[in-house]
Write a protein of this length. Structure first.
Lengths: 190, 190
């Protein structure tokens, strides 16, 4: 998506540790006109996927997921992050490692809201090492739900995680795919 | 808003400790068609307020805020929750007490995203004791931004916090106003 690449080039900031700051438009101060355009693009890309539910993870995926869900006319479910694992039979829970904060956390959804009849579109702002995505896929596995696609705003291709998941047959669409980035240059996959 | 009251009566669950569970449609598994209707209603209610920015708090306010921001055509900013206070000159930070978890946390926004030119609509899923709201108002004060309204999905009127803020001149609109609730009956303000 050309507009996403332009936004990143204009407003993004590359920080040490392969961090790309896009808080000015994507995940803290949200440009809602652009958010609507993103949702339309994802809706177009997954129009034939039979999506019945959007699943994301709190907190920065929620706005994108809400916009996509409204555009596609399906419910949006978000997994909560917990420091502790509280599995009580009414929830599915999966462990996720955060490289950014160097700690493990659990993602949790109620088993009432994710079922074997769901065809799930996973949504997140970033795909880097894929840890969060694996957590969400794990929750879907536990529920017997089918993951029919993955919608990502910005993929850091240089980690290889996205391509590995594509090789396994997952349908991933990223609106911007970054091959490399430094504080002076960001190179997108063409 | 009639539909909100109907949704609460149909799907809400009152739990001990004055907790109203509405995860099935509002803040975990989100009914996006209904979310769009809520956004339209808030947009109508604050049409003359000169809103330039929507401000909410992670995580359960984000979907509502995103929908309202898209409907009103203004950016959405969300304050992050931190366990520690990391004020570094580039952020505004305010302490909030959570009665639910009986702990303090800090709400933080970047000073780049909230300025003295902003006319802010605060958005949240619940208004109970008003602690989170006071935190957001504090952030706006620090930025010199003007709070022009407060959009709440469900207000627990029996705490008195909402009415107290109204007496101070704040324009608060709540889509459902609960006067009392038990596990057998929920009474709305008429």
């Amino acid at each position: 998506m050309k507009q996403m690449e332009e936004k990143i080039l204009r407003e993004g900031q590359v920080l040490p540790g392969d961090i790309l700051k896009v808080g000015s438009f994507l995940n803290q101060n949200i440009d809602t006109e652009f958010l609507g355009q993103m949702a339309q693009e994802f809706s177009r890309l997954f129009a034939d996927s039979g999506v019945t539910k959007v699943l994301t993870i709190e907190a920065s995926g929620i706005a994108i997921a809400a916009a996509v869900g409204m555009e596609m006319g399906v419910p949006v479910l978000f997994a909560k992050k917990h420091r502790t694992s509280n599995v009580d039979g009414n929830t599915y829970s999966a462990k996720v490692h955060s490289f950014t904060h160097n700690e493990d956390y659990n993602v949790v959804v109620s088993s009432s809201y994710l079922t074997k009849d769901d065809h799930v579109l996973l949504v997140d702002d970033f795909l880097a090492n894929g840890q969060a995505l694996h957590g969400l896929m794990d929750l879907c596995d536990q529920a017997g739900a089918e993951v029919v696609g993955v919608a990502i705003a910005i993929e850091k291709c240089f980690t290889g995680a996205g391509d590995k998941l594509r090789e396994q047959g997952l349908h991933i669409e990223s609106l911007a795919m970054i091959e490399s980035m430094t504080d002076s240059e960001i190179v997108f996959r063409s």
